[in-house]
Design a protein around this ligand. Structure first.
Ligand SMILES: Nc1ncnc2c1ncn2[C@@H]1O[C@H](COP(=O)(O)OP(=O)(O)OP(=O)(O)O)[C@@H](O)[C@H]1O
Ligand SMILES: [Mg+2]
Length: 391
């Protein structure tokens, strides 16, 4: 509502003479529409959303109070200010209720032109002030919401940076003792040439576990080192097949893939997406300790290629769903709680999306969407390091 705009006023009275009289008073300043009964008033209010309604109280069938109640039940008409036109105050209760719930004013008949116009101006002033307050309240709500989101992002980012620093320095510190163990194990295997089979077996175990630990350290170092994203066009089904190769699938788990052959190659950082797929596959396998089935499916979805991982595992309780992408969140005795955080960050780097839906005891479905085109194909645009401070 703006003082400069011509405002639309709906005049409602069952007596045509009254409507005529009111229209004459108002027509110089307002765009006037009229109705002669409550039902028409409600219909016009919904259709044309006037800025103000002058509403006669004493009307047959639906009187002014009934009309107001109906208008206020509908969120589209609730905010329209109403001025009652009444010859007498019979029903004080309803007048009070009407005033309290939003009918802004009332005027007694016979109507004096100047009083009516002044009342309308005052109602408009109040309505304008209310609208402004509402607008500011909505703005404040929106800003608060935005602030909360960026605060959460900042907390998450800081957590990641801290994890990156701790993990990086731990990995660095662990390398030296591990190298010493490696040298000693190597020395022992050299000098114990006539050792028994059991001793040899245990030396092999030491060797292979040193290798496993070294691989884990390499991964952590890789995370905490800054690396640019390296985008190349790639067939996503090949990446899934490569990810699967790294797993020894337990006998009681069936894994089936359904690849859409007509999908285009898409620009991805293969290393990141491979890691992301591995994390999802390992979660699914871990979620099916008593066996089950993992279906992996690719499809086209508008400007995206969609990959679904559907397992028949233990599922995720609804209350945990909002936490699973948080760093260090895990429900597993030996979990680090990093897998899905990496999935989320890698997906963000690719401007894609990840969604999860799950039913406890039945299934979990992770849906990944990756854009067919990247806005910027330059390989230096984003940092591939999720733990680094890129700000
Ligand atoms: N497919 C799934 N089925 C059931 N629960 C899942 C599944 N995927 C993830 N979760 C839940 O989400 C949690 C977080 O997963 P995430 O991969 O981030 O960490 P993690 O698997 O516990 O540890 P890690 O760092 O070794 O991956 C898991 O602990 C598990 O509770
Ligand atoms: Mg995991």
């Amino acid at each position: 509502m703006d003082g400069v705009d011509i405002m639309k006023t709906l005049v409602v009275d069952d007596k045509p003479d009254n409507v005529e009289l009111l229209s004459q008073i108002l027509e110089d300043d307002y765009d006037v529409i009229s109705a002669y009964n409550g039902a028409d008033c409600i219909e016009l209010a919904k259709e044309q959303h006037p800025d103000l309604i002058l509403l006669d109280v004493m009307m047959p069938i639906l009187n002014g109070y009934d009309v107001l109640e109906i208008l206020q039940e509908d969120e589209n008409t609730r905010d329209i200010p109403v001025i009652f036109l009444t010859a007498e105050y019979k029903d004080t209760d309803r007048i009070v209720r009407g005033l309290e719930t939003g009918a802004v004013d009332y005027i007694t008949k016979p109507i004096q032109d100047e009083v009516l116009l002044a009342r309308i101006r005052s109602v408009i002033r109040i309505k304008k002030a209310e609208d402004e307050v509402k607008r500011q309240r909505d703005d404040l709500k929106r800003v608060n919401k935005e602030l909360k989101v960026s605060q959460e992002q900042l907390v998450r980012k800081n957590k990641l940076i801290t994890i990156g620093k701790v993990a990086g320095s731990m990995a660095h510190e662990l390398r030296n003792p591990l190298a010493a163990m490696e040298t000693s194990a190597y020395y022992l295997s050299k000098v114990l040439t006539d050792a028994s089979g059991k001793v040899k077996k245990h030396l092999d175990i030491i060797h292979s576990n040193i290798r496993i630990s070294d691989n884990i350290i390499s991964e952590i170092v890789d995370f905490s080192n800054t690396r640019k994203l390296f985008m190349e066009n790639c067939d996503i089904s090949k990446v899934i097949e490569n990810a699967l190769k790294d797993f020894t699938i337990p006998e009681n788990i069936i894994i089936e893939t359904r690849f859409n052959d007509s999908l285009p190659e898409i620009p991805i950082d293969i290393e990141q997406i491979l890691r992301l797929f591995k994390n999802l596959i390992s979660n699914s396998i871990q979620a099916m300790p008593d066996g089950g089935r993992l279906d992996i499916e690719t499809n086209a979805n508008g400007d995206y290629v969609e990959v679904k991982f559907m397992d028949t595992g233990v599922g995720i309780p609804e209350e945990n769903l909002e936490n699973i992408f948080e760093p260090l969140y895990t429900t597993k005795a030996k979990g680090m709680g990093l897998g899905l955080m990496i999935v989320q960050e890698n997906i963000n780097n690719h401007k894609g999306t990840v969604e999860v839906e799950s039913e406890v005891g039945r299934h979990t479905i992770f849906t990944i969407k990756l854009p067919v085109k990247q806005e910027s194909q330059t390989n230096s645009a984003a940092s591939g390091n999720i733990f680094a401070d890129n700000t």
